[in-house]
Design a protein around this ligand. Sequence first.
Ligand code: COA
Length: 190
Amino acid sequence: MGSHAVLSFSLTSLTANLALNFMTPSVFIRQALASDLPSIIRLDALSNPYPWGEALVVDALQTRRNWVIEPASESVNASANSPVENVLGWLTASAIFDQSELELIVIDSAVRRQGLARKLMIVWLEAAAQQGACELLLEVRESNLGAICLYESLGFELVGRRKNYYQIEKKGQIEQGHEAACLFTLKMNV
Ligand SMILES: CC(C)(COP(=O)(O)OP(=O)(O)OC[C@H]1O[C@@H](n2cnc3c(N)ncnc32)[C@H](O)[C@@H]1OP(=O)(O)O)[C@@H](O)C(=O)NCCC(=O)NCCS
């Protein structure tokens, strides 16, 4: 990966993008509810190439900031007692002091390349900016070129590489140390 031309994220452009996103009629983004748990577990199992599993999803919903994206038609009836069954995407992030770190973003495999991940990422960026975050962090498998394109398109800059960081699965066997992690950051102009 080469260096990216955009080295920081402007809150002005972020807000403009967000306004455009909320004008999109077909999807809706909201903070996740406890009642979204089954839908998120299903999404993780079916669309995440390295599923977290139920225990980690439960922990994320209890301890992190979480957003889901869903068809706008379904969001009309969503409530704690009447969960949406068709969650199209999920983003979970943690906050530590003036930093926020992306833990996972996953979009239903059936609706990819329609800009849904970008919308979720912008909601996270906006929320982090409102909370005074100065820097956003994430790490991603070196082979995950689609996600890397997404992050770079939002202004994230590659700042490091951890060799042999991720496990990869081959023929049902877990082998260690075969894939590097790429570390990205985004400085906020708040
Ligand atoms: C990575 C992921 C979240 C992207 O979701 P998505 O909704 O398809 O992404 P978007 O449609 O918002 O894509 C926005 C931009 O990111 C880049 N991008 C996304 N997926 C890409 C791919 N497979 N190949 C190349 N570029 C890609 C493109 O620049 C794209 O813009 P474009 O479609 O106008 O070219 C999705 O593929 C996914 O859930 N993967 C499995 C989980 C995962 O790997 N998560 C990331 C690690 S935490």
